[in-house]
Design a protein around this ligand. Structure first.
Ligand SMILES: [Zn+2]
Length: 308
């Protein structure tokens, strides 16, 4: 058995590198004159791999634990890495490991507020087995940032929802929870830490400005965080998310269709009123009805012209 280190990222990497396949299944698809892969070498190398792939009862044990049969003994990151790796290989096909790859990177950032009363309480929530929720980062009112999951791991923060054509937001996003009960402003220290973190994430993963969104954008009607106190204007000024020109709004032309524009921005218009309310809670804040006023339409028109 390979002895993998505790870091899941390293574990995943080592495992991925080491465990292409078994000697039995490996088939080199290139023609013999292709110099890229030497069949003998590949087969020989895969002999090492056989020991690293969980087989038989070991794999069955892990599967049972994943299914919850042995919930009291949580999977180690290494076991999870092995299960994920195995489930990503289609055993009905031949397999020839390509040599160039890296890891899929997050392309969205979703902001939440915790609706809890302290960072410690949120951390506890994310560490209890029955809650089934998590996020990558928690930021306290004092600006302290606690990372709770590796950026490359899929956190359970977004849940059901739709943004554009994306339904599985957890698979492509990072979740950031701000310690806030939903009825209070966000302290400056907390927002400053958030801005620094967002800057790091945006640069490292090349995340587009429009892909910094709130939970309520993705799940209107079901989620309402972050609250109306959240300073989206301040974030947009730094390149995270979008905001309109408050000092000069052009009236939307008669031919402009604000519903289509909201759809283009990303909102799921299946429940039109809920989507409009989510939009207004973010951009208008004072009027949270499900109808669009002329000013609301002008805001949508401005966003549409600026970003889309
Ligand atoms: Zn949320």
């Amino acid at each position: 058995m390979l002895r993998l280190k505790s870091c899941l990222c390293v574990g995943l990497g080592l495992f991925f590198l080491a465990s292409c396949s078994t000697a039995k299944k490996t088939t080199v698809l290139q023609s013999p004159q292709t110099a890229v892969i030497n069949p003998a070498k590949v087969v020989e190398e895969t002999k090492v791999i056989i020991d690293s792939v969980p087989v038989g009862s070991q794999l069955a044990n892990q599967a049972a634990r994943v299914a919850g049969a042995l919930d009291s003994v949580p999977l180690t990151p290494e076991e999870q890495a092995r299960l994920i790796y195995n489930s990503g290989i289609h055993k009905e096909y031949d397999y020839a490991q390509a040599m160039h790859f890296d890891w899929r990177k997050p392309q969205y950032v979703m902001i939440h507020h915790t609706s809890q009363s302290s960072t410690a309480q949120t951390i506890r929530t994310f560490q209890l087995p029955h809650t089934k929720v998590s996020s990558h980062y928690v930021i306290g009112r004092d600006g302290r940032v606690v990372q709770m999951l590796n950026d490359y791991i899929r956190a359970w923060h977004a849940g059901r929802g739709k943004w554009g054509q994306i339904t599985d937001m957890n698979s492509i996003s990072l979740g950031i929870e701000l310690d806030n009960n939903g009825r209070e402003p966000f302290p400056e220290a907390q927002i400053n830490s958030l801005l620094i973190l967002l800057d790091t994430l945006k640069t490292r993963y090349n995340i587009p400005q429009i892909n910094f969104i709130g939970h309520s954008d993705f799940a209107p009607g079901r989620k309402d965080d972050p609250s109306v106190f959240f300073p989206w204007d301040k974030l947009a000024a730094r390149g995270f998310g979008i905001w309109y020109n408050e000092s000069y709004l052009l009236p939307a032309p008669a031919t402009f269709n604000p519903i289509d524009a909201l759809k283009l921005i990303g909102y799921d218009m299946k429940n039109q009123e809920a989507a409009i309310r989510a939009f207004k809670k973010k951009y208008v804040k004072t009027d949270l009805t499900g109808q669009l006023t002329d000013r609301d339409k002008a805001i949508i028109y401005d966003l549409y012209r600026k970003y889309y």
